[in-house]
Ligand binder design. Structure first.
Ligand code: SF4
Ligand code: SF4
Length: 383
């Protein structure tokens, strides 16, 4: 397992592959315990607790008893359970009651990330950030009951606006190659609508690109939901591209977007967890999503680096995908932010070492002019 830091959350390290909670629903308390034992054994230390069904928190609290300090919990705020039904609420009394109940059932006095639940429309965001909900979250953070304020969303317009306020430390966002081609929407169902994939796309939606770059610049970590598009991406029949991805390609795609810290995967069994963590022993070919994207006739990514790494190896050892990523972050900022400068410095080889052999350009399925980009990176970073 590899880990990434949540920079605005005391630099806590979270596993790149993390758990969503839907796979626990309907299981016995013993099964919760054995799934969590397997998660710890595989190095998974991060879980999103979206479900508002209280039995989840009772069973999960029992499963992590005595191991609270070994797990990073992302608990939702504004998600309530009334009369046997999940409700998204902006009612402050109900929100407080639900959050206190969450702590009690989990048997803990803190949640690492207090995630404001599901804000997709700008009007809802204005209500959340202009009223009692954000005050409640910042108060919890000041008291140490949560370590970071999070927000979940599917809409880049809303997410950008939220991140720009500086109030959000962690963003839970739906990321996969298909959604990244879709224009922003306040209705999450649009992202699943086959009609919306019938026309061709030239490149990734610029607002999503802007969101990822903004989060990287502001040290707002993204944890990913819907990496597999609810399973659609893995199916020849339902993949909006008409070509299926495998699990490792989906993980690789998400983990190579700027600012992404973790992918929340809804594993239903210990076997599924083992299969996903096989990502670390998978071959380069198994993880290479460029082979799928470049085969699709309706989608053309000409000239833009997709950070896929397909152009490797470079004879002097330059990681072209990473150099391009840091270059794009610097260009988007109009200067080089300190964090990007540090990341660039840590690369074992730099753009200035490029000997213009052209091997990467011959290998790139998206016709990226890498030699020009290396020259630009040398100019921007100085080496
Ligand atoms: S230059 Fe091309 S092959 Fe290399 S990482 Fe970018 S898109 Fe992928
Ligand atoms: S052109 Fe430059 S970056 Fe590309 S493979 Fe050759 S040396 Fe590496």
């Amino acid at each position: 397992m590899q880990y990434r830091e949540l920079k605005r959350c005391n630099n806590i390290k979270v596993s790149e592959i993390a758990l969503g909670c839907e796979g626990f629903i309907g299981k016995s308390r013993e099964q919760y315990a054995s799934m969590m034992n397997k998660a710890f054994e595989l190095g998974i230390n991060f879980i999103d607790m979206y479900t508002s069904d209280p039995s989840f928190r009772d069973n999960f609290g029992a499963a992590i008893k005595g191991r609270r300090d070994k797990i990073v919990l992302q608990g939702h705020i504004c998600s309530t359970w009334e009369n046997g039904q999940y409700l998204r609420s902006r009612d402050i009394s109900k929100t407080k009651r639900a959050f206190e109940d969450q702590l009690k059932r989990l048997g803990t006095d803190y949640i690492d990330i207090g995630m404001i639940h599901y804000v997709d429309s700008v009007s809802d965001l204005d209500e959340v950030l202009g009223g009692d909900i954000i005050k409640y979250c910042t108060d919890l953070k000041q008291k140490g009951v949560i370590r970071a304020v999070g927000m979940s969303s599917h809409n880049p317009v809303t997410a950008i606006k939220a991140v720009e306020t500086g109030l959000i430390d962690v963003l839970m966002f739906s990321v996969n190659a298909a959604y990244d081609m879709q224009p922003p929407t306040e209705n999450v169902d649009d992202l699943f609508e086959p009609e919306n994939y019938k026309h061709g796309f030239v490149n990734a939606d610029p607002l999503r690109t802007k969101l990822y770059e903004l989060c990287a610049r502001e040290n707002v970590a993204i944890d990913v939901m819907k990496a597999f598009g609810g399973g659609d991406m893995l199916s020849e029949e339902y993949s909006p591209f008409g070509v299926k991805f495998n699990e490792y390609q989906c993980l690789e795609y998400c983990l190579t977007r700027p600012a992404v810290a973790s992918v929340m995967a809804g594993c239903h069994s210990e076997e599924e967890m083992e299969k996903l963590t096989g990502y670390y022993s998978a071959s380069r070919e198994q993880k290479d999503y460029s082979s799928v994207l470049s085969r699709m006739e309706k989608f053309k990514f000409k000239g833009n680096c997709m950070y896929c790494g397909h152009c490797a190896p470079c004879p002097v050892g330059i990681n072209v995908a990473d150099v391009n990523k840091y270059l794009n972050l610097a260009i988007a900022q109009g200067g080089v932010p300190e964090t990007v400068r540090e990341h660039y410095k840590l690369l074992p080889h730099h753009a200035g070492e490029c000997i213009a052999c052209g091997s990467c350009e011959r290998n790139c399925p998206f016709e990226v002019e890498v030699i020009e980009k290396m020259k630009k990176a040398k100019e921007v970073f100085g080496y």
